[in-house]
Design a protein around this ligand. Structure first.
Ligand code: ADP
Ligand code: MG
Length: 387
């Protein structure tokens, strides 16, 4: 969808901002450009919508060389979100959001209707927030208006330059998540610039790590964190990249341990006998469809009355995550519920539990898999201490 072919930019004063850049962004993909200040990220982005012209090389959008397109019309097909937001102070939020549709000749009523839809989509109430002026909004709300405005004319491509940079970390994380949810439905082709490796990793399908005017590594977040291509990248992603990697490594069924199981309907004494008292301290409680009902302590089963079923003694399972969720989510569930394990579910179906040891193992395995260039299940691995 977006293709850079040997693109360089040398400014009039001789500064080489971008040096022979080649990469692709696929349709519907979100690529983050990450690197320290001054490494050429903004220059890269502004060459796509021709706010800056390259010195050499070509940029194609949807197969067309942007140098051959009328810049004004090009920009209407490319949403642009910047940190300073750049809202018109004397126009209402609704009119700000309707800017591009109005520019491309939509009737006023239709443009406003669309703007209201978009404000709603980014979590602002068109009726109240829509009537305000930008100065009457918080920083986070202004950023949302910036995103809504960029999406208003439904452009296939979105350029975002440090879009969440101007807000505090809590609001930033919320905006990031909201944008990811939005992106899951609108599936734009997105180039997002950030100097923050956490943001790059959280947001990007793939990330391009910039050195001075060049890409040092272009790969998935997990691969960049797991096997940095150069010492520069290793330093940039930080010594805690193993932790960051938790956020981008998905839980897979092979990672799980199979604890003892008790059935909801069976008698407590039957379950207790099977658990061999003194061995297992607890069992997960499953319904007939393999659906998770909770857990039961072995000593509760042992003490149970004759008529008690497992279901009578089962307790709610607080700590659980869906399969495919990042390991970090499982880890944070464990911490939050002070649990030694979390249940992993596929819908309501119980798949197994993740223990700290298994979590560590999964993380190690995925790092090694990237380093060896093989699938996670093919990696030789000596298990860490048993849980
Ligand atoms: P980033 O967005 O990664 O911080 P920029 O693309 O803004 O980096 O800048 C890359 C380099 O080009 C920097 O050294 C910057 O000082 C320089 N630069 C940016 N704009 C201009 C300009 N108009 N004239 C000269 N140098 C510029
Ligand atoms: Mg910049």
């Amino acid at each position: 969808m977006i293709r850079f072919e040997q693109v360089s930019k040398v400014y009039a004063d001789g500064t080489t901002a971008v040096d022979g850049l080649s990469f692709d962004v696929a349709e519907g993909e979100l690529v983050t450009l990450v690197g320290p200040s001054g490494c050429g990220k903004t220059t890269t982005m502004m060459m796509v919508n021709r706010l800056i012209e390259p010195t050499s090389g070509r940029i194609l959008v949807n197969g067309e060389d942007v140098a051959t397109l009328d810049p004004v019309r090009l920009r209407r097909k490319i949403g642009y979100v910047i940190q300073q937001v750049g809202l018109f102070p004397h126009r209402t939020v609704l009119d700000n959001t309707a800017t591009v549709p109005a520019l491309i000749g939509w009737k006023k009523a239709r443009a406003r209707e669309r703007a209201a839809e978009l404000l709603d989509l980014v979590g602002l109430d068109p009726k109240t927030h829509g009537r305000r002026y930008p100065a009457q909004l918080s920083g986070g709300q202004r950023q949302r208006v910036g995103v809504a405005r960029a999406l208003a004319a439904d452009p296939p491509v979105l350029l975002m330059d440090e879009p969440f940079g101007a807000v505090d970390p809590v609001v930033r994380e919320r905006l990031q998540n909201e944008f990811l949810n939005l992106q899951a439905t609108v599936r734009k082709t997105v180039l997002l610039v950030t100097h923050d490796i956490e943001e790059a990793v959280r947001m990007g399908d793939r990330i391009a790590v910039y050195g001075q005017g060049r890409i040092e590594q272009f790969d998935t977040p997990a691969a960049v964190l797991g096997s940095p291509a150069t010492p520069y990248v290793a330093e940039f992603v930080g010594a805690d990249r193993g932790l960051k990697r938790l956020a981008v490594t998905a839980i897979e069924p092979e990672d799980l341990e199979q604890p003892p199981v008790a059935r909801l309907e069976e008698s407590a004494s039957a379950a207790s006998a099977r658990l061999r008292p003194g061995r297992a301290r607890w069992a997960v409680v499953l319904g007939g469809e393999g659906d998770l009902h909770g857990w039961v302590a072995a000593d509760a089963l042992a003490r149970a009355g004759e008529k008690d079923t497992v279901g009578d003694l089962a307790r709610r399972m607080e700590a659980w995550v869906p399969v495919g969720a990042p390991l970090k989510q499982a880890f944070s569930e464990m911490l939050q519920h002070d649990a030694g394990w979390v249940a992993v579910l596929d819908g309501t179906r119980f798949l197994g539990v993740l223990t700290p040891a298994k979590l560590h193992e999964a993380l190690r395995r995925s790092v090694d898999a990237d380093a060896q260039g093989v699938g996670r299940d093919e990696v030789e691995f000596d298990s860490v201490a048993d849980a």
